[in-house]
Design a binder for this molecule. Sequence first.
Ligand SMILES: [Zn+2]
Ligand SMILES: [Zn+2]
Length: 521
Amino acid sequence: FGDIQNAENVFKSIQKKDIVTYGTMMKGYVENEMSEKALDLFEQIELNLNSFAYTTVFKVCAELANDRAMKIGKVLLDRIPQKFRHDNIVLNSAMHMLMKFGDIESAENVFQSIKKKDTSTFGALMNGYNMNGLSRKCFKILEEMIKENIFPDEIIWNIVIGACSKIRLLRRSQYIINKIPFEIQSKKQIKNSLIHMWGKCASIEKAQNVFESIVDRDTITYTAMINAFGLHGMGSEAIQLYRKMPNNLHDEISHICVLNACSHSGLLQEAWSIFNDIPLKTERIYTTMIDCLSRLFLFDEAQNLINEYEKTNEPSLVMYISLLSGARNNRNRNLSEMIYNRIKFLFPNEKDHLMSGAILLSNIYSSVGQHELARTFRYNQIKELETNVKLGLTWTEEFTAHDYSHPKSSEIYSELQRFTSEAIAHGYEYDSSWVTRQLKEEETNLSVLCGHSERIAIAYNFVEEPDTKFIQVTKNLRICGDCHQMTKMITKIRQCHIIVSDANRIHHFHPNGQCSCQDHF
Ligand SMILES: [Zn+2]
Ligand SMILES: [Zn+2]
């Protein structure tokens, strides 16, 4: 139990090691987060593995998911003897491993090969889909399960609720939740997940109803509700609940959630007072507070807090990234340059982050009219760093930026042009500081912005239902300022309600042209 040194000594003293001894020692390494050592040990085994050893090695490989682990895990699975090909526990852990590697096809093949599927088999597959951004497939598997008369248990429903939280679409989720039997819906763990899910699906009322129905609330119950308030820009409600929460239930996550809620609602005094009262401030707690200050353009205070943190800790990249995106929103050129150089100096190997930082900074140059500088700076930095930039992805259906793959793509694009010109007629002017990549030959700043995935998704909804009054789209990155402005105009012009859930929070765009975030995003 934690005393791995002792365990190693005992292990070494055993003369005739059998497969159980090896398995137990490997498990010991895993439990102490020493998975590489477990793999080293595995490579010394010259005995035939038993089912426990197989499961453990697959678990280790899943945990590590690096090149070495992927190679070992896949070879082991290929050579697995016939008698284990009917062992569900072994195969479930193999599926989990393959899903962790992102090898969905092989995991599905293992799933198909299992003759007597049980709930854990279905669970392993669904979990894998959730892990790989394919949550939609969980709903299909659920139907399959019910068709095959396998009764979904609490664990399966929890995974399905997890899938709904990822899809974040209200009507779809309601349809699925209605299928959960009453006795399972009344379990606390399920209710906790439901609070989280309704929050993500943009229904604060439903989240609150579930919260109210729980008698013995625990840390997760409170945190899920505080987080839901935060996502919806209801900072005061979040603070109220945080204060009502029994002291012994407060933990790091609850502190972070409430600070985030303050930050998203611009409640600075409250954030400071909560921050100062937190007894043990972790890196993440500091980062949240720094993010809050940067969003309000209080850069000196943010920098002071970073200095305070660095007195006793190593510098932390995320803190500087928060600072930099605040400076960008503020179009503060000098400060952005300073922060970017500082990041480059402190974290020379963080190529992805340096790249986004460089693009950000060159946008600031463009937005203050320094186009030549923007171009050469961007060119030089990209050459220096050479990385791929993460694509934005949005779904109602799934769209990536500049997506021409949808069967209705020509209709979607003419709709996009239509509402863009409507917006221009109402005074929309694009903001080039949100163009975060280099223009290709035939592109303009406006065409790049119009290609952002959330706009395509909104256009798709208008194509499907021209008079629609309600659109909900979700996005895996943060919505950009220009799309935010554009969406406010569309809801006003078209007199509809649009909900955009981005990586950060939920935006309710109202027909009066306002957003629930009050432009804190
Ligand atoms: Zn955008
Ligand atoms: Zn908003």
